[in-house]
Design a protein around this ligand. Structure first.
Ligand code: C2E
Ligand code: CA
Ligand code: CA
Ligand code: CA
Length: 274
């Protein structure tokens, strides 16, 4: 079934019947998506709350299939992980994100940092460190301008996570823990690993000033970050009230619709070019 979205894109939604057939079809299409130029990136600004300054962007992958329309990442990332296609996709995303940083810079905009999501399968492959090093060398992007985002489950489910992460740190690339507070994990890894940033999950931000539990969790994460010398950024900030709350409690970095939706590279340039 296809429904027309507000912005004119058609959104892909599977039919109730034939889940298996749909999945197979999606898998077949997905395999060709890169060579057919259907994959692209959107970029969501990360800002300093008190000044409104641009401190970075997060790269978010998009798939626009001619028949299916815009397929949301929650539908194709898990599929790509199951089929192994994520290795190719992940490499393309990393390369494109770094190339875009260079393009913006040529156009006069220095984006301080780009954050790229990594899935567990990219770690399992064991070549992540070489891939990152090669892409940085090819594009000439300074390593400290690249941040990799992984979830707690990626860290817990990767046997050699510590070794990979130390290697990435040694190259100069920084690491953020995505969706922090939502995974099953001990916090012990935080003191062993060179983590730079905690990203407070959107689910805690949503009702931050209405729900005492969410409020308590968000404040605890901000405090944890402070005491461990980590930077903390809140994701999913949609309102002025949420931003004000964060600032009041010592978190000065945010990302969310209140500032900007994920956008195309030119839109980002238009908005932030000095
Ligand atoms: P994520 O890494 O937690 O990314 C944030 C998601 O929240 C994005 O959804 C973003 O569009 C959305 N978002 C940002 N601000 C707001 C807000 O204020 N309100 C609300 N309601 N949503 C907001 P998106 O782009 O659909 O991506 C979903 C997930 O797909 C990502 O969650 C990430 O886990 C995965 N993903 C996206 N791109 C990649 C990629 O290149 N590689 C990998 N491995 N995973 C990716
Ligand atoms: Ca992320
Ligand atoms: Ca996240
Ligand atoms: Ca999240």
């Amino acid at each position: 079934a296809k429904a027309r979205g507000r912005n004119g894109y058609r959104f892909y939604a599977p039919s109730m019947t034939g889940e298996g057939v749909e999945r197979l079809r999606l898998e077949t299409y997905l395999r060709r998506s890169i060579e057919k130029d259907e994959i692209f990136l959107n970029y969501q600004p990360q800002v300093e709350i008190d000044t409104g300054r641009l401190i970075g962007v997060e790269a978010l992958v998009r798939w626009n299939h001619p028949e299916l329309g815009l397929v949301p990442p929650v539908r194709f990332i898990p599929l790509a992980e199951d089929t192994g296609f994520i290795s190719q996709l992940g490499e393309w995303v990393l390369g494109e994100a770094c190339r875009q940083m260079v393009r913006w810079e040529r156009a006069g905009l220095v984006v301080p940092k780009i954050a790229v999501n990594l899935s567990v399968r990219q770690f399992e492959r064991g070549t992540i460190v070489r891939t990152v090093r090669d892409i940085l060398a090819e594009t000439g992007l300074a390593p400290h301008r690249l941040q990799l985002e992984v979830t707690e489950s990626v860290i817990m489910n990767t046997g050699d996570a510590l070794a990979f992460i130390n290697d990435l740190h040694a190259i100069g690339v920084s690491l953020a823990i995505d969706d922090f507070g939502t995974g099953y994990s001990s916090l012990a890894y935080l003191k062993q690993m060179p983590v730079k940033t905690l990203k407070i999950d959107r689910s805690f931000i949503k009702d931050i000033h209405l729900d005492v539990n969410d409020e308590a969790i968000a404040i605890a994460i901000i405090q944890l970050g402070k005491s461990m010398n980590l930077s903390v950024i809140a994701e999913g900030v949609e309102t002025d009230a949420q931003a004000a709350f964060l600032l009041r409690h010592g978190c000065n970095q945010a990302q969310g619709y209140f500032y900007s939706r994920p956008v195309m590279p030119d839109d980002l340039l238009r908005r932030w070019l000095p």
